[in-house]
Design a protein around this ligand. Structure first.
Ligand SMILES: CC(=O)N[C@H](C=O)[C@@H](O)[C@H](O)[C@H](O)COP(=O)(O)O
Length: 230
């Protein structure tokens, strides 16, 4: 997929809102994520990232925005949980997502497997976003043919940098080194951080929990309040 084709997916740089609620989260099920996507659209988001066939379908029905789809699945004995196998890649594309998000990390023979998943997605007409955790994985993902490189998994593999906030260093280094668009993602909580991620060179910025996980937003307020009231 050429850079021009990618440009056609989103049209411009900007904010992508991740609308995800797993089974154990209060907003799981029903039309909650479609409503979140509508709210994001109304306020100028240029794309949506979402998990699972039901939410991809519901969001595609609710808003006319490009969707980055993923399926989180835990496989016993494996640490790879974002779109682990070809079954999930197929389901995401069939549900109508333009972009498939995949774990492309250097563990468990994942790089070899990712090459096949990327090839399948491309043949089916979809683009691929590589969710990486380190600079080296971003470089490897581009070589494998990923169309977007996301910093999604920085801090979520044991060997990557563990930070409380966004990994701006990784965003900057990847943006300087790869030709494909870099997507800044992970622990971006404030509008200022989102802007900083773009200033660091990212083409897109994904914000999830800070916009769409009310239980985590509430927890931050409660923590601050409790410091005062005990
Ligand atoms: C590591 C992992 O499982 N990340 C997931 C990937 O899709 C989501 O749970 C995150 O919400 C998403 O990456 C957006 O990040 P944040 O919610 O921090 O803005």
């Amino acid at each position: 997929m050429s850079n021009q084709q990618i440009e056609r997916i989103f049209g411009k740089r900007g904010l992508i809102v991740s609308c995800q609620a797993l089974e154990d989260e209060p907003l799981h099920g029903g039309d909650a994520m479609a409503k979140m996507a509508k709210a994001a659209h109304q306020s100028g988001a240029i794309g949506i990232r979402t998990n699972g066939v039901a939410d991809i379908l519901a969001i595609k029905e609710a808003v006319d925005l490009p969707v980055i789809g993923l399926i989180k699945r835990n496989i016993p004995g494996s640490d790879v949980f974002i779109t682990p196998t070809l079954d999930e890649v197929k389901a995401i594309i069939e549900a109508g997502a333009e972009i498939v998000a995949l774990d492309i990390t250097d563990r468990e023979d994942r790089l070899a497997q990712a090459a096949l998943l990327i090839e399948y997605a491309h043949l089916a007409g979809a683009a691929v976003m590589a969710d990486v955790s380190t600079f080296e994985e971003g470089i490897a993902a581009e070589k494998l043919g990923a169309d977007f490189i996301g910093t999604t998994l920085s801090g979520y593999t044991p060997y990557s940098t563990q930070l409380k906030g966004p990994d701006f260093d990784l965003i900057r280094r990847l943006s300087e080194a790869v030709q494909v668009p870099v997507v800044a993602e992970g622990r971006i909580w404030t509008p200022e951080e989102a802007a900083k991620a773009l200033e660091a060179g990212a083409t897109y910025v994904v914000v999830g929990s800070a916009i769409t996980r009310p239980q985590l937003i509430t927890a931050r307020y409660v923590e601050a309040v409790q410091k005062v009231v005990g």
